[in-house]
Design a protein around this ligand. Structure first.
Ligand SMILES: Cc1ncc(COP(=O)(O)O)c(C=O)c1O
Length: 412
């Protein structure tokens, strides 16, 4: 054994060989969106004036009545374990929202409260998919969806959407990818990073084809309350009318209620799927923080003004940002219908002897202009970058200015 200067044994010395980890770990890499946040944070700590447009989270504080409910929960010592699946009042609040928002009737045995939408989606993947299965999803898309499918041992199959038609998800592309091994479809609408919505007609066509083949449909509704125009988006209603028993809906308090750090989401599915997810959670994370659950009840059942105000503000920012970027023809984007991202096509800024990839573009942009955004590679879409407009308008304006300067200086 090696000895340190004072003669004490040295364990875990930095020179030791890397331990061999489980094969499973070769299937998954750390979330690339989190890497951008870490880099922006590093520069900020070093005193650089970073414009951080990488973050996938609201810049608004959690609404006051939600925070007050959490404080009250602490004051009355609501600080113990709850049932794994969450407190009844919160499950009922989720049911009530589904009734109000989508006219879908549910019982609390069809709901489990999870540590964010992320855990809801992971529960669904683990409960439904296994080795030998294929799971059809769409790209550009949020990377966690495919990573979770891989972690469940299944193979993701990707149907592509394109900017030429607004990143519309065509049912034929999903259904055309079905094989005898297809076990599930994962749909995200509004979509991160494109902001595109899946139409009710497309969802109905996918559901009809899936129901005929006993394929599950998992829907990530994390941005469901961030849709900017009055467009029909009752995907739960469409699915419940066709294939209720094989539908899994995953929701989240994170984006609509500015509650990313509280970690609260929910999975809605048939009672046996909810029970399976409960068994998983009972050995993983147990219940979501008791305090968070009380806050989430207030969020779901309380006044809607804060949600509407934030959504209206995101719409305003989207429009301003598009105006600010419009003078530069080498960056183009589709007007997003929801969420809080612009997905910029920067292919014309790339060249073999300059910035070769969108990853290099994003790296150079943060190095040269201290603007953090997320390269399209993170969403299986090279040639694009994602700008989050969940940032104060004056910072967005500054970021847009620096981005245009950067393009003028570095693009061919
Ligand atoms: C598309 C999508 N789904 C789900 C999530 C999960 O969010 P959370 O776990 O905070 O609910 C995110 C977060 O960025 C997301 O972008």
């Amino acid at each position: 054994m090696r000895r340190a200067e004072g003669g004490l044994p040295v364990h875990n010395a930095p020179t030791r060989a890397r331990a061999r980890l489980a094969d499973r770990m070769s299937l998954v890499a750390a979330s690339p969106t989190m890497k951008v946040a870490a880099e922006a944070d590093r520069l900020r700590r070093a005193g650089v004036d970073v414009v951080d447009l990488g973050a996938g989270e609201p810049d608004f504080p959690t609404p006051a009545h939600v925070k007050a409910a959490a404080v009250a929960a602490i004051e009355r010592n609501f600080t113990r374990y709850t049932s794994n699946a969450g407190v009844l009042e919160l499950k009922q609040a989720v049911c009530e929202r589904m009734r109000t928002d989508y006219q879908v009737g549910l019982g609390p045995d069809e709901v489990i409260i999870t540590a964010g939408g992320k855990q809801a989606l992971h529960n669904a993947a683990l409960a439904i998919c296994q080795e030998g299965d294929e799971v059809v999803t769409h790209a550009p898309g949020w990377p966690t969806l495919v990573e979770q499918v891989r972690l469940a041992g299944a193979t993701p199959v990707v149907a592509r959407t394109h900017p030429d038609d607004g990143f519309t998800l065509h049912a034929e592309r999903i259904v055309g990818a079905f094989t005898p091994r297809t076990r599930a479809v994962v749909i995200n609408s509004p979509c991160n990073p494109t902001g595109a919505l899946v139409s009710e007609a497309a969802m109905a066509a996918i559901a009809d084809a899936a129901a005929a083949r006993a394929i599950w449909i998992i829907v990530d509704l994390c941005y469901e309350h961030l849709i900017f125009d009055e467009v029909p988006h009752n995907l739960p209603g469409v699915l419940y009318a066709r294939m209720r028993d094989r539908t899994v809906l995953c929701g989240s308090a994170s984006k609509a209620y500015a509650m990313t750090g509280w970690r609260c989401g929910w999975m809605i599915a048939a009672p046996d799927v909810v029970e399976a997810a409960g068994a998983l959670q009972s050995h993983q994370t147990s219940n979501v923080s008791s305090i968070t659950q009380q806050a989430a009840i207030a969020a779901l059942t309380g006044p809607r003004e804060a949600v509407e105000r934030m959504r209206d503000e995101y719409r305003e920012r989207r429009d301003r940002l598009m105006e600010w970027l419009a003078p530069e023809p080498r960056v183009r984007c589709v007007r997003p219908a929801g969420a809080f991202y612009l997905f910029l096509d920067i292919a014309e800024c790339l060249s073999p002897d300059g910035l070769r990839t969108s990853a290099e573009f994003a790296r150079a942009l943060i190095d040269e202009k201290a603007v953090a955004l997320t390269p399209g590679e993170a969403f299986d879409a090279p040639g694009f970058v994602r700008i989050s407009y969940a940032a104060a308008p004056h910072r967005l304006k500054e970021g847009a200015k620096r981005l245009l300067e950067f393009v003028a200086e570095y693009a061919p």
